[in-house]
Design a protein around this ligand. Structure first.
Ligand code: TXA
Ligand code: MG
Length: 321
């Protein structure tokens, strides 16, 4: 069996040039020794990931930082001091040692130190930084437990290092300092307000040139999803009765729905943290239900809601009513 809790086996696979799925506090990663080009290429193949979409390099401690990044400026250092270890990836100038296949040919590298103990122990035991994107086939929602992703990745992965379901459930906030301003390239669990503890100069930035990953289809189940905005409860209550639908709504809204035979209700949860923890699993589960369309209520675009809406809008492939 190539899954279990053995960090020893997992790190031996990495040193062997193979790839390993491992837990972090955000989502599971699919990792390789970042200095081994052949191993890194196995990640792109396993995920069917476009080569210009760069990987995040994961470190276990601050001693590993200078193996991957250089010329760190004042604001970047403040981000590192305040938020690492934690669910943030900071784009920094890469060292010459980091192969260009890791960074999609960019001169920069995304660096992340997970707060998950198991993740850091695993990386420390490998004694090398680990290049790892989220563990999922490209276009699918990221995996938050091994069960969600085992089948789709099993053929190409040497070992699945198993832990509980990920605490946070959505990916890290990706940030880059440009001209003394923090640019949020991908919203995540660390919010704009959190980042403002460091400087008031924080902006959302979804220019695809800076973060190549943002231009690709992502988080999409096979089932068609549609975002329902504004007066979403009455829109859902007035939907066509002829097709089998699922609706994803916050717990507080369930009682307001008019229940119908052809409607499958998915309770997103109470707090936005609950929603983050379960969203990707709920999206994946849709493909096992016998439904034609899933309608997802909009969330408030503030705090972690910004990151959740970013994922939901993509899951819906920009369709909304
Ligand atoms: O929480 C996470 O970040 C998870 C866990 C496993 O650490 N990883 C993750 O990786 O979500 P991935 O590959 O699915 O997303 C990485 C994002 C992509 O949007 C990519 O384009 C961006 O980070 N990125 C990576 N390196 C970059 C760089 N040098 N410049 C700009 N964007 C970069
Ligand atoms: Mg991903």
């Amino acid at each position: 069996m190539n899954r279990g809790k053995d960090i020893n086996i997992a790190s031996k696979c990495i040193l062997n040039g193979d790839i390993v799925v491992f837990p972090t506090e955000t989502v599971y990663g699919i990792g390789a020794n970042c200095f081994n080009i052949e191993a890194v290429n196995k990640i792109f193949k396993a995920k069917n990931r476009p080569n210009d979409n760069p990987l995040i390099v994961h470190i276990s401690d601050f001693n590993m930082l200078n193996k991957v990044a250089c010329d760190i400026n004042y604001l970047e250092q403040k981000l590192i001091d305040k938020f690492m270890p934690g669910p943030i990836s900071v784009i920094l100038n890469k060292t010459d040692d980091i192969p260009l296949c890791v960074t999609g040919n960019l001169p920069t590298v995304a660096v992340r130190m997970p707060s998950s103990d198991i993740a850091r122990k695993f990386i420390a035991m490998c004694d090398t930084p680990i290049a790892a994107p989220s563990a999922n086939v490209s276009t699918k929602p990221s995996g938050t437990s091994i069960d969600e992703i085992y089948e789709e990745l099993n053929n190409n992965v040497a070992y699945f290092l198993e832990d509980e379901k990920c605490d946070i459930g959505i990916e890290s906030t990706v940030v880059k300092v440009i001209d003394n301003t923090i640019h949020i390239l991908r919203p995540g669990y660390i919010t704009c307000e959190d980042l403002k503890c460091i400087t008031d100069n924080v902006v959302y930035d979804n220019k695809t040139i800076i973060s190549p990953g943002m231009k690709y289809k992502h988080y999409s189940p096979n089932t068609k999803c549609i975002l329902v905005t504004d007066d979403y409860i009455s829109k859902i209550n007035n939907l066509d009765n002829n097709i089998k639908i699922a609706v994803m709504v916050e717990e507080k809204n369930i009682d307001k729905l008019i229940k119908k035979d052809n409607m499958y209700i998915i309770n997103l949860g109470f707090s936005y943290s609950d929603i983050a923890k379960n969203l990707f699993k709920y999206l994946r589960d849709l493909d096992n239900l016998d439904i034609d369309v899933c309608y997802i209520q909009e969330l408030k675009n503030e705090g972690i809601g910004v990151a959740l809406m970013n994922r939901i809008i993509k899951a819906c492939e920009y369709n909304s009513i």
